[in-house]
Each structure stands twice: as structure tokens, then as C-alpha cells.
Design a protein around this ligand. Sequence first.
Ligand SMILES: Cc1ncc(COP(=O)(O)O)c(C=O)c1O
Length: 382
Amino acid sequence: MKNDPLTPYGNKPMVTPIVSAVNYQYTSFEVLRQITDGEVDGYTYHRDDNPTVRTVEKIVADLEGAEDCVICTTGMAAATMTFLTFLKQGDHLLTFHDIYGANYKVSLILEKFGVEITWLDAWDYQKVKDNIKANTKMIFCETPSNPLIKVIDIAYLRAQADRKKAMLVVDNTFATPYHQNPLKLGADLVIHSATKALGGHNDLMAGAIACSEKKYYNELWFTRQAIGTTLDAFSASLLERGLKTFEIRARKMSENAMQIAGFLKKHPKIKNVYYPGLETDSGHATALKQMKNGFGGMLAFEVGDTQEEAKNFVENLKVIIHAVSLGCTETLVCLPVLTTMLYMPLERRTSFGVKPNTVRLSAGIENTEKLINDLNQALKHI
Ligand SMILES: Cc1ncc(COP(=O)(O)O)c(C=O)c1O
């Protein structure tokens, strides 16, 4: 107890202390040896480890039913660390167009280092069967996906990955662990942009990689220590605070999304509504099988026929905010082709279902009626 840096005064503080120290004084060479030999969970230098960060890793591991979890600076750092750790020259990565846009940029870097990549449309995820190769080392997906909320059967991907002993990595940012635990469905690793619903308040950036086996944690830790993507203690503390209300926020976001999807589905100025909670959605049956407690807070829809109409709608919203990011207390909308997909060439952005007038909505935790009234009045302007 006395030597625990998180209980410096004997009694345990209610909030994990923010340990801002970069380095730590060795109390003896014997302690240095114990830390170096891994006999004690000691701390020496922030790039290696930090007690505030370590506490949050254990909370996220618990939420995902994981053996352990590596927290890092951003969701993109989490994805990139995963690729760098487990792929090498000549390996094949099988992934989907329907992943967060910045991954496209990372894919260009991976190709520079000799990784071969196949891109599929998540609506056709069963084509994975015909695209697995002898050198396939990893299948990487998001489900539901960004930005069209497409649902992929995780158990199906596991079965395909097993044919070549490939790893299965699932970005669970859209679903959140409140609705889906990919490790229990066969994934080896689960990635989060903890910037989103885990943090939940638009005030921190962080990434998380929850691991089915401790050996993955050790390998990812090696990469993080080497390249220096360790999260700062202040952000870790904000993340710990956000996580205290995570489940009630996730529940309310999902309830709001379901109500909003139902409203939009019936509205004459809305074309397609993409939300797996709708019985008519192509992902509904799979979502029922692998998601729990509802279907999450993310949906997408087409407004009118043109981008001008979609812009007009967004500019007339009074409660709902026009901004990127997601999973936070406020309801947000954006046009993916003008925002989250800017990382990709223009022609690629609309090649897998996203249209110039597609709007992505991240439900917040506000009063449902207030949100629907706002959507209703904004739609009157188009
Ligand atoms: C599904 C998904 N994964 C990963 C990321 C990247 O997260 P970050 O912005 O924390 O790097 C995002 C960002 O929007 C995302 O939507």
C-alpha cells in the first residue's frame, strides 16, 4: 500500500491521481532490477508506462472482456500501432472501404513498406471468402461502419480468418462495448477511438486496443514504447472521468438514435436511412445476433436529392450541431464527403454507397423530443 503510487497518502483517493511525472526516482538499485526484470509493476519513464494511463487500461479491458488493453494517443495511433506490430513486408491485409477515412492514408504508408491490401465493400462482406490469400495475415473491419453504419458478421470473419490463421481486428468505436464485445464474438483485438463515446465530452483524444491475449498486449506495448504513442496522464484522467458515465450515455444515445431513425424513415424529404435498429435495414438480422442493449448512436441518411439541400438542412438546425467526431453528449451531424472522408481522393468517397447529400448523425444525450423537433423544423427549409 505504502509503495503504491496511486495511494500515496494511505487512503485510496476516489479519483486516480494524475501522475504528470515523466521520470521516477529509483529508490535503490534493487528496485531498478525488480522493475527491469518485470518482478514489480514499477514505473521509470512516461513513454514506457504511466500509472494514470494503466488504471484506464484496466477499465477499458474490463468493458471489452479483454485480458488487457493498451491505451495510446488517438484512435488512429491505435490502428497504426496494430498494423505496425502485426504486419510485415509481403503480408496481405484484407479490409473494407467502410472504415474511417484516415485509415486510407495509413494504407498508403503500409503499401510503401510492402504490405498488400485488398479493399471490399462491407455490404458484400461475404466476398471475404474469395479474397483470402495464402499470405492474408489480418482482417480489419468496423462494424457498424463509418459512415454508412453497415453491419458485418464478426463470427463469419472469424471463420474466414481461421482458414489462414489470420488475425481479426475490429474497430468497435461505433458500436461501443455497451452494445458489442467483438472479443467474445471471435476477434483477436478490438480498437477504439476513445476520443468518441468512451471519453464522451469532446475534450480528449485517446485510442485503445483491447486484447484477447496478454501476448498481444506485450507486443503492442513494445511498439508503443518504441515509437512513443503513450497517452498523457491528463487525458487519461479525463478518460477515466468519462468512463464513469459511459453506460448511461451509451444507453441514451442509442435510444435517441432509434427514435430519430424512426422519425426520418417516415419523412418524405429523406431518402435512405441507414440504422441497424430498423427492421428494414440490411444489417438488422446480423446486428440482432451480435449487438446487445440496442444498436448504438450512429445513423446516416440522405436529405433531398442534392448536396445543396443537405447543406441547407444542416445550416437550419438549431439544437443539433454541425461538427465532426461522434459519441459525445451533444448530437452532431456532418456531410461525410465534405468532412470525415477528406482523407480520400474525391472519386473514392462516393464509390461505396456514400452520396454527396449523405448526412451522418451521432446522437447525443439530449431530450429526444427537442432533437426531433429540430430535425422537423430544419427539413421544412428544403
Ligand atoms: C470508427 C473510427 N475509428 C477511428 C477513428 C480515429 O480516431 P481518432 O480521431 O481518435 O484518431 C475515428 C475517428 O473519427 C472513427 O470514427
